[in-house]
Design a protein around this ligand. Sequence first.
Ligand SMILES: [Fe+2]
Length: 508
Amino acid sequence: MKVETYERFQGNLDATDHPYMSGPFTPVHEELTAFYENGDAEVQGTIPADLDGVYLRNTQNPLFKPLGTYHVFDGAGMVHALRFNRGRAEYRNRFLRTTAFEMELAAGQSVFGGLIDPPSVSRFAGWGARGGLRDAASTDVVVHAGSALATFYQCGVPYRFDAFTLEPAGHETFGGRLPVTDGAGRFDHGMSAHCKVDEHNGELLFFNYSKRAPYMHYGVVDANNVLVHYTPIPLPGPRLPHDMSFTENYAILDDFPLYWDPQALREGKHAVRFFREQASRMAVIPRRGSADDIIWFEASPTYVLHWINAWEEETPEGLEIVRHGYFQATPLPSNKDRGEGFDNKGRKLGAARYGPHIHEWRLNLRTGKVRERALDDTVCEFGMINGRHAGRPYRYSYNPLPVDDAFLFGGLMKFDHVTGDKQWLTLGERRYASESPMAPRLNARDEDDGYVVSFITDEKAQCSEVVVIDAKRLADGPVCTIRLPHKISSGTHSCWAAGSDVRPFGQG
Ligand SMILES: [Fe+2]
């Protein structure tokens, strides 16, 4: 391994035992580049020669002491990249150079509040659907039109960067066509996390949401990075959608009965409530359609944080949109439900609290009816699939298994959506996986012909690794483990992009 230091940042974060600034969430403040080849002491097994592309993951790394209460999603966004090519690997990590990051760096302290704080804590107008937040771009990352795009789940300005070198390219507003201010310097619209890339035609589908009517917009950016469609999606009021899904011809957007209490909101308070008597509403819209084209469906009350996939299927009853995602048994767990306190500092956050399991919704475009069923009862979330099957029929998902009471994953479950068969991977004591994409091998023959890749944060050995696992034989464990030059913080979303889908900056 050859390591180069790119930059070190000096913050003012006190040594802390805060649950989301310590242990597996200890922030990283140095930016490194490391080069690996087979035979290096840090490489166990063999870097597969038929793995060509880049694994990107977004994490949160607070640099400055928070103004108010720190939440696990408040830290500055940092992307970690592992590029694989011809049996070699390169690791890089870089902070996302967002406007807020630069402002706080210049100030030498935090100037924006966090998700738990009232928006008034921020010293500047800030960003986000709720207002007042830093534009951390720290939630999600995708590769579209040859380079990477980082996004924030409360809506923010998307950030472009080179998917291999992580060299920043600044705000992405698609030539100014994506509204990111309201003209008075305040943030508006922007883009939510979980924009979707259709690998079949290179389109990027996205949505945003806000507290102002029409409360949601939907857009499409083509493979040449031109915003070709942007349309309002009127909702009954402010909502908190997190994800969307798509098929070959449709996008599907959501209005779940989990949102800010309207009465409290009128008093300036952001109190999330689950309206358990209200249906989950799903909007099916042609990919270039407008509000008039939407067909609304009603399903049982829940909240879906993440969708796994969707596709179109002809049935004897007519054309159906089939959606797979995680149905939450308890979308808003209360202190009473757990019989213990939730300290609102994130100590008890974690996917397991919501009881998510894999579920199927079938939206019939002829009858307007929804049929739904649980596909499995394993508590899991943050699943990924072979991206070539996104929006099309598929068979396998790779699902991280949440650790109780923590925003951490202790293993993986491969689920066969046709037979219901499961394969398990356990990681060992105090070893935590990241969201784990499936990377098809070069010239892959079928859907699971490739590798599952994951960053591991190992609290026992105090190190981080990348593991490369044969997707057909998850339970066999890694075929290759690469030790990183530093321990990285656990974070949120990730993606895999084939080398052929990346156009490095400076190479046309
Ligand atoms: Fe998410």
